[in-house]
Design a protein around this ligand. Structure first.
Ligand code: GDP
Ligand code: MG
Length: 267
């Protein structure tokens, strides 16, 4: 997207919406995904910006962002030393400043038209708006393996205990009131794939339950999630979230962010 005078002027204004994209070893999927995202954001009637958070990728992911041509939608790179999607999204949310923020995956599996819907709802007073593959009006093209599907059923059963009323905690498409997202991100302690559950549980505890919206979602090849490598970790993470939130609510432990060094790492 070549810079234009109008684009330069728009890019220099404070963004109303910032979107975080976690990316690890995404040299193949990220360029196409970012082009789509920037094209969508350039259509919005206000300034926007993108923050890509890399975790020491061993491919050219970081260089792609360093060399990204800056147009109407500025794209910047944040490095997060702590591995994991949760740590990366947290680091990205913590450097945002905009009144509206969100995150989406590098593969842009969720059709980006849903951004317009999410922003409209946030401007109308909702504080947490999330894409849901389980919504009755969603169109989902799923190519996940049987093993992953089976794991997902178990995961959802556990996640429901932590986040009431949300049918799909894991869709990588979530938008927030910016201040709430920054406050909640500061408290997050889950570095891996289960972080969405902690994020939504903490938003609900802060009086902001999530509103699920229908999306068009297509499973993209090249997933970073491996059932064999990540399943045990994700169940452990859920267990830790359950214990921590329970203990915090009963006052058994002080909330993690009040006393502990930051285990997830700051950007
Ligand atoms: N920065 C960072 N991003 C990650 C990490 N793990 C996954 N991601 C990103 O999280 C997003 C979702 O991952 P994806 O592989 O598409 O998972 P799936 O959609 O659940 O199969 C992608 O943008 C990944 O690059 C990580 O350890 N660090
Ligand atoms: Mg994906």
């Amino acid at each position: 997207m070549p810079p234009s005078p109008r684009g330069d002027e728009r890019a220099s204004r404070t963004p109303l919406l910032e979107i975080v994209v976690p990316a690890r070893n995404e040299e193949r999927r990220l360029p196409g995904g970012l082009l789509q995202l920037c094209a969508k954001l350039a259509q919005m009637p206000f300034p926007t910006a993108v923050i890509v958070v890399d975790n020491n990728s061993t491919d050219t992911t970081a260089d792609i962002i360093r060399n990204w041509p800056q147009g109407e939608v500025p794209v910047r790179l944040v490095q997060c030393a702590t591995p994991g999607k949760g740590a990366a999204v947290r680091a990205g949310l913590l450097v945002t400043k905009a009144p509206l923020v969100g995150f989406c995956d590098a593969d842009m599996a969720t059709d980006l038209d849903a951004i317009t819907v999410a922003v409209g709802l946030l401007l109308g007073g909702e504080r947490v708006v999330i894409g849901s593959r389980a919504h009755a009006f969603s169109e989902v093209e799923n190519r996940h393996s049987r093993v992953r599907e089976l794991g997902a059923v178990g995961f959802r059963a556990l996640a429901r205990r932590l986040v009431r009323g949300v049918s799909d905690t894991q869709c990588g498409f979530k938008f927030f009131d910016g201040r709430l997202a920054r406050e909640v991100a500061a408290r997050l302690r889950t570095p891996g794939f289960a972080f969405d559950v902690e994020l939504l549980a903490r938003c609900a505890a802060a009086g902001a339950p999530a509103m699920e919206i229908p999306i068009q979602w297509r499973d993209m090849p090249g997933s970073r999630f491996s059932p064999a490598r990540h399943s045990a970790g994700i169940v452990l993470e859920l267990g830790r979230i359950l214990l921590r939130l329970h203990a915090e609510s009963r006052g058994v432990i002080r909330p993690a962010w009040e006393h502990a060094p930051d285990p997830v790492g700051s950007p």
